[in-house]
Design a protein around this ligand. Sequence first.
Ligand code: 8X3
Length: 256
Amino acid sequence: MVSIQEQIVVITGASSGIGASCAKMFAQEGASLILAARRRDQLEAVAAEIEQAYQSQIYLLEMDVSDRATVEASLASLPEPWSNVNILVNNAGLSRGLDKLQQGEIQNWEEMIDTNLKGLLYVTRSLLPGMVNRNQGHIINIGSIAGHQAYVGGNVYCATKAAVRTLSQGLKMDLLGTPIRVSCVDPGTVETDFSRVRFRGDTTKADKVYQGFNPLTPDDIAEIVVFCATRPSRVNMSEVLVLATDQSSATMINRQ
Ligand code: 8X3
């Protein structure tokens, strides 16, 4: 395991779920954290918890990744000790609805495309030139099993995650000849707010997604993200597909 002590790690969507777990686990390894999310109060809660447990330096960014102007302005004006970002974890993402495409709500599509795809691009485009100039860096994208297989009603969400996977491959090609690494970590079902967001707060529907089996936890994914970031420099973890033992495809789950 290579040390990432004092490396600067940007994590988007850091206020909950996989993003908050990544924040905690990078802090455990002594990294300095730039935590970005839309909800400042929740970011502050995550930061307070981490500061209590670890020595980490933390900088908070209230930022919606889909708001291009804010992303560009925030990341271009990072104060001096924070401007040389070493690792970017593109975690911010969401799903909205599970309607067949013929019944789909266009507003839901816009939100998923703007966040999962365009947001990831805005953040990456803002931070990558610095990494290229410094000849150092690692982009870790959070994809999904949904990027490998579509499922009924998943249409646009699956397409955004397939795009994240393809972008990760293309980016690695663009960076060939530099030491900058690109990883795509693709989880199956992880118990987070994901389904509550998908079903707009309908907890009965959301809870059903995780019922009757042992789903992955955000910490399971954060461990893998940190694993990718702590390999020797010759090793690029290109893609990791990780499913619960009780899951064998996007739609096959062994429920009791
Ligand atoms: C989340 C996994 O299969 O519920 O990306 O869409 S899935």
